[in-house]
Design a protein around this ligand. Structure first.
Ligand code: ZN
Length: 568
């Protein structure tokens, strides 16, 4: 079935609640496992259908925000979702307390139960009103930052529209753009400080009501981290400091030299003197080239991409009334993942075709699971699929970048490498903030400067008050809407680097491991997935060191050849 042929009808929430309630009562007294399992799967199917209807509504509404029908349906779901969640939670709790739990675990794997057990710890009747307060604060932040308008040389930009300006090849232009951007951020700083301060206090209150000693562990539990905790992450950050920071510092100096800059400032994020790489063909051509790429990469990716196209599961081009941004989701009625994006002619479009398609391909490979809970893994694992696919695509990226291909590859490696110290800084900052929730906003910003000085000693600000007073993290939305998420990007990057290393040695074998990982989906936790992918754990020092040194060696080699060519 194609996406456009899916018939939607509004689900009956009252009927759903009644069915779950009936199942709950009948299952509690059941001694027969087979009968228990049959009812468990039946309720699972009801939930899947409910979520499926909701997905259709949000997909169709994002495809056309002028569609009144789906706008009303979206509002309907916003209203009834708490009821659905309440029913689902009651049902899950009954499963967790049931005598058949171990047998379910033996048959379907323990991961969905482990995740449910963690999720149960993160919520209670008592904290419901405070959770609502947390949501209100997150919305306030999102509203505030999306309304920030930057006037610059006769044009008005929003915060994400400023990013390309800061990569302009004219240094003085970049400096002026930076002034305009951070000047505007400074005006909003008191309000951002206030929102974050309240968030920290609200989250601390929630965690203490739930019996946690600080918000940190609650943040980890919300992320579904069943196999590592703050202690492992603290050690891991030390590895970054020890092995990545010195190399990244060296790299920063090399880049500055090619840019002809003695002291790089915040507005010198440019990687190449003649500009960062851009795709050279039309959006339509890029999609056609992606189809060739996936058909050549492997049989499975070919079938996947052809199916996505045939079923109308790629909505990538810009169109009037589409909602902004991009995402990847699963549509049960079509039995396929779906990718949504708004192509804009930058290298972001290529990321959609490689990174987002990596997420979608993993989901496609995991659809064989009976439990929908296993279609996507927890986020540090999910980013391995997407970030590794970016590297598998290297063999074909010349189709998109033409003369900029070498530049793209070098830039891709350098950016990924330089990201690691920033990623762990964001993590350590949050750890410090939640360990001591009574800090003032000024004290928090001072802590940011201290942490940044440790992991990124090269950072210098050119008399920019917003940054010099420690505001750098305040436009990083994750700290507000998804605390402790950020470290996941760095963990996955370490794993993706290992895939890069493997594919350089033997492409076929690397692909086999990757495919195996995709087919395991979310049925296992992060540390259990790593041996399946045949990559070492980022928490293991010697493997970490070897990966970082290999990648840095690659960067040095490509860097040298690239600059020799550029000079010749
Ligand atoms: Zn991703």
């Amino acid at each position: 079935m194609k996406l456009e042929d899916v018939k939607y009808s509004r689900p009956d929430i009252v009927g759903f609640e009644a069915a779950v309630k009936a199942a709950l009562i009948s299952m509690q007294g059941l001694s027969d496992y087979q009968e228990f399992k049959t009812q468990f799967l039946a309720v699972n199917k009801l939930s899947k259908d409910f979520v499926g209807a909701y997905t259709i509504v949000s997909v169709r509404y994002s495809q056309n925000t002028a569609d009144k029908f789906y706008e009303d349906e979206q509002n309907f779901f916003d209203e009834i979702l708490p009821q659905f969640q309440k029913s689902s939670t009651d049902f899950t709790n009954m499963i967790l307390d049931s005598v058949h739990k171990n047998q379910l675990s033996a048959e379907f794997g323990s991961q969905f139960l482990d995740l449910a057990e963690l999720a149960r710890k993160t919520i209670s009747e008592e904290v419901m009103p405070i959770l609502q307060k947390e949501n209100v604060l997150v919305s306030e932040y999102q509203k505030l930052t999306s309304q920030i308008k930057i006037e610059f040389e006769g044009k008005t930009y929003n915060t994400s529209g400023m990013a390309p300006l800061l990569e302009n090849t004219d240094r003085d232009y970049r400096k002026r753009a930076s002034k305009a951007y951070y000047g505007e951020m400074l005006k909003n700083q008191p309000e951002i400080d206030r929102i974050y301060d309240e968030l920290v206090k609200v989250r601390t209150e929630i965690s203490s009501k739930l019996g946690y000693t600080s918000f940190t562990q609650l943040g980890y539990d919300r992320m579904g981290r069943t196999c590592y905790g703050p202690y492992e992450i603290a050690e891991y950050r030390e590895f970054v400091l020890k092995y990545v920071t010195p190399r990244a510092h060296e790299l920063k100096k090399k880049i500055a030299k090619t840019l002809g800059i003695d002291r790089p400032y915040q507005y010198d994020g440019l990687l190449f003197p003649d500009g960062n790489p851009t795709p050279k063909t039309s959006p339509e051509q890029m999609i056609a080239d992606a189809q060739v790429m996936y058909n050549e990469l492997s049989r499975e990716t070919g079938e996947f991409f052809n199916m996505m196209q045939e079923k109308g599961m790629l909505d990538l081009l810009n169109r009037e009334n589409k909602s902004p941004g991009g995402y990847c989701t699963y549509v049960d009625a079509v039995k396929s993942p779906f990718i949504f994006s708004n192509f804009n002619g930058t290298s972001h479009d290529v990321d959609v075709l490689t990174h987002e398609a990596g997420h979608a391909f993993q989901c496609y490979c995991s659809m064989h699971f009976e439990l929908g809970e296993y279609y996507f893994p927890t986020s540090e694992s999910a980013e391995i699929h997407s970030m590794s696919m970016e590297f598998f695509a290297w063999k074909w990226v010349d189709k998109f970048f033409l003369q900029d291909t070498e530049k793209y590859k070098l830039g891709h490696l350098m950016k990924s490498f330089l990201f690691l110290p920033y990623g762990v800084s964001v993590d350590e900052f949050q750890y410090r903030v939640y360990e001591n929730p009574s800090l003032t906003p000024q004290e928090r910003r001072a802590i940011w400067l201290e942490i940044q000085g440790k992991y990124m000693p090269w950072v210098e600000y050119d008399n920019e008050p917003f940054l010099e007073n420690g505001g750098r993290w305040q436009n990083q939305g994750h700290l507000f809407f998804s605390p402790f998420y950020y470290i996941d990007y760095t963990l996955a990057q370490l794993c993706a680097f290992q895939f890069y290393k493997k594919m350089n040695r033997n492409f076929e074998n690397a692909w086999k491991d990757y495919y195996e990982l995709c087919c395991t989906g979310g049925s296992k936790n992060f540390l259990e997935l790593l041996p399946i992918a045949k990559v070492s754990s980022p928490f293991e020092e010697s493997g970490f060191k070897a990966t970082v040194e290999f990648v840095y060696g690659e960067i040095e080699n490509i860097f040298t050849t690239f600059n020799q060519k550029a000079q010749a």
